[in-house]
Design a protein. Structure first.
Ligand SMILES: [Fe+2]
Ligand SMILES: [Fe+2]
Length: 286
């Protein structure tokens, strides 16, 4: 499922050097990619970084996981949520810290992460409603879906500013503006770097295909996860449009609803639930 050679060339034309992730993120990725890693490896790693451990525990105790303040240690979180959830959660939280948090006139990272967390909450709500078995960790899949945008902002800054200007001043849809200026979009950029960084396939696929979940390149076992993130992203946009009168596209492909066993009429109820649950999660990262 790797990015095509042609797209890789375009990414490399825009980004001179693949940025290096912090040590803690690389070590978390080692434990995620190593089937022999143990719960002790993960708790040890997370506990070494007090700020990371505190954020993971706040997230564990948020309305996202519904454990309401009961979990005081990383070991306990692993017992309750499972090893795999806690390591992916730690990865998601530490990836946020990797990116520059300062806002400028073109981009506000806190708004970006709020959208990402709203999407993560929507993933969780959709799966809760449809009773599907989730493949991969919904929190991180939702959180990182637009990874390519924040990579563009941080590592292709001049081109990114031109994209935002075209989008905001001329009303050109964001992805069209990206294609015009970068000759690729944030799904391509995010996929390329997520692969370079050795993110596991269940995190790469939604980054690559949250706008085109029916693409032939989506691995069969991750098609539903891509569909959930696709729908969750659109629901997050609907809530944001409602709040700021924006003009983002949010029409849902009926094939995705059919695939997930949902009806358009039911989306309003899901969106209302996301709105109620997301505020708490977003406040943890501000
Ligand atoms: Fe996107
Ligand atoms: Fe998005």
């Amino acid at each position: 499922m790797s990015v095509s050679d042609e797209k890789t060339r375009r990414v490399l034309r825009n980004i001179t050097e693949v940025p290096t992730l912090p040590e803690v993120v690389n070590r978390l990725l080692d434990t995620i990619n190593d089937p022999d890693s143990s719960a002790g490896d993960v708790s040890g790693l997370v506990e070494q970084d007090a700020a990371l451990a505190a954020r993971v525990l706040r997230m564990v105790n948020s309305s996202f996981y519904g454990l309401s303040g009961k979990v005081a240690t990383i070991q306990r979180a692993i017992v309750i949520l499972g090893f795999s959830t806690v390591k992916q959660l730690a990865l998601g939280v530490s990836v946020i810290d990797f990116f520059d948090a300062d806002a400028d006139v073109f981009f506000d990272p806190s708004e970006f992460w709020a959208h990402s967390l709203r999407t993560a909450t929507a993933c969780k709500t959709i799966v809760g409603r449809t009773g599907r078995q989730a493949h991969g960790d919904l929190f991180v899949q939702g959180l990182l879906h637009d990874l390519g945008k924040i990579i563009e902002r941080q590592f292709m800054r001049t081109a990114f500013m031109r994209v935002v200007r075209l989008h905001q001043r001329e009303g050109v849809p964001f992805r069209v503006a990206e294609e015009r200026i970068l000759e690729l979009n944030h799904a391509d950029v995010g996929q390329y770097l997520a692969e370079q960084w050795r993110f596991p396939p269940d995190l790469v696929a939604p980054v690559a295909h949250h706008h085109d979940p029916f693409h032939a390149g989506v691995p069969a076992d991750l098609a539903e996860a891509c569909m959930v993130v696709y729908l969750a992203n659109l629901l997050a946009h609907r809530l944001e449009n409602e709040a700021d009168g924006g003009r983002r596209e949010s029409a849902v492909d009926p094939r995705a609803l059919e695939r997930l066993g949902l009806a358009e009429a039911g989306l309003e109820g899901i969106a209302a639930e996301v709105k109620a649950r997301a505020a708490d999660v977003i406040s943890l990262f501000q």
